[in-house]
Design a binder for this molecule. Sequence first.
Ligand code: GLC
Length: 745
Amino acid sequence: MNTMDKTGIGAAVPPETGVAGRVAALLARMSLAEKVGQLAQISGADFMPGPKAEELIRKGGAGSVLWLNDTRRFNELQKIAVEESPLGIPLLFALDVIHGYRTIFPAPLAMAASWDPAVAEEAQAVAAKEARAAGIHWTFGPMVDIARDARWGRVVEGAGEDPYLGAAMAAAQVRGFQGTDLADPERVAACAKHFAGYGAADGGRDYDPVYLPEAHLRNVYFPPFQAAVEAGVSTFMSAYMDLNNVPATGNRWLLRDVLREEWGFEGFVVSDALAVGNLVIQGYARDKRDAARRALEAGLNMDMASGAYLENLVDLVQDGTLSMDQLDEMVRPILTLKVRMGLFEHPYTDETRLEKVVALPEHREAARRAAQRSMVLLRNEGGILPLSKDLENVAVIGPLADSMEATEGSWMVFGHEPAAVTVLQGIRAKLPGAKIAYAPGPEIRRDIPSPFDEMHAGTKKPVQTPEAAEEAFRTAVETARGADLVIMVLGENANMAGEFASRGSLDLPGQQEALLKAVSALGKPVALVLLNGRPLSINWAAAHVPAILEAWEPGTEGGHAVADILFGDVNPGGKLPVCFPRSGSHAPLYYARTLTHAPETSPMYRSRYWDSPTTPLYPFGFGLSYTTFAIADLNLSAQQVQVGDTVTVTASVTNTGQVAGDEVVQLYIHQRWGSDSRPMRELKGFERVTLQPGETKTVVFHLGPDELKYWSTQANGWIQEAAAFDVWVGADALATLHAEFEVVG
Ligand code: GLC
């Protein structure tokens, strides 16, 4: 039966009434129970207890299903919703498609390292096309949490430490996922998460409380969320943790005052998994009834899988605690999204489409390009890279060298079988005639398993015995001994970053550093490739290994992209979106700090600790190239401007080397005084440019009210102040090319 008749939209309200009219007509026909159903997202996965999905859907008791990745099953459940439930309202199928569905792109932190929003936009457009072909309507992405504590495992899912870069990447991903028309059958609804401040969890410990003053929230943690709203993101997800002692999921200031009143967000907010019910565990709500009431009053539209809304909202309205208007306000944007996506007209998915879409060669080409542009060359002493393709005897050593899982990285979609080209495979493909020996060395494993490991069935590898590890170590060293050059592939397993994956140390897990030292002691040329989802304190490698390539979690084409760069077919141009601390104990560490009364930039106080430097091993924005660049001719359009005016900043960038390459020109400012102390540097512009040898380009930036205003603690509001400003333009956060200007009036 066609939904249009069933829901009476077609009959009662002709399409020209528009979306709002269609939603109003439907809302007017819905029972209280059906409205509550739209606010409930239920699990499609077997690991979740609770009433079977079919029963709930048949009664109209569900608006959305998550944790299901099966096109046929989607259609089965949708058929029940559309043809058997009272009003036939279609379901929204949602899943975490964070950096690819079947074609896996570099992890979001890696894509941020490209400093090229087009990379992120294209990646998420491909992800949307594949996910929608599978029958998924809504992804729980982009994750836009600023992360300045690398111990936090979820740093891998975001765009790093900086709000300006983070905002650019957030908007690009929303555009990629959603396109310009949500009815487009190749796009999905996006979800800005986790609102807000999740990355500042105490100690980098996932879910731990967050204490952030309002100015820090507004100047640092909110901008990527605001950028997502301005890019038209359809939904938000509330974070798990307590924000200043009020859980984000029940936080009226966040969800209503800021998100709706100030930012004008008209979509809807889904909780994080079980987070409404968990308000009881957090010691915030008395029971699930109290939790349901307070979350709804705070502006939380959809309860992800906790059951609190389904079990309590009908009573809460019937006993007058909540009003029908309050309910309607929460239901309306959910129905609006369904109408805008055309789900009433096209609720089902063509089950033959997915395999055609995922086989498109341009998807893997895009993934390879994204991986190439995301990688960061951290060291290249003596120009050991690029390697010669005439090499005849190479050893590839390390537990991640042939790991598809580590290559594709964290947050794979449910049921995805890793299928990445590994680094070993990429190198062998690049040097088909050479002897490429391989040895993994001792395996690496979390000390405490991830709960995710328990959820994803699959075969459990037995723990390697100490004897076997010793044997593997010896074999690896001997394998290296027999080669002319060694490529070490080290880092973290996919389950060592992401959710449930915080750690106290940033060292290479397991015996990897010992193996690196043993191989380096052989005296052969060594290049290190890192596969990892967070900054690592690779202090020894940084001092002793001549070539280091940060490849992150590079995705399905990762092995080819690594080989493209190692052997010079691609010149790396990525830059760090997070600084690399020398130790996990230094976290949180970030460049945009205030100077204090004793700046580290002064000779007396060059370190805050007496037992180690407190400068990062590698600064924010850092990355090398196979060529060299000169950034010069810094010019300001004025030395003095009025508040509200704009200063235009120009600089030249020249490729002073022998090969083409990309440079990311970065602009930083410092407001020297104000109603608040201001960070010693803040990124306020960047541009990645490609230059032929000898070529020069001019980059142009604008510093106007949007770049110069900030939320002042003292003024308790946004202000742009008269003050003197430093301007630096360069290739990382330590840029030295300097100018200054004054804002007056
Ligand atoms: C998880 C994550 C969130 C994800 C959600 C649904 O716990 O915190 O990022 O989107 O549950 O899987």
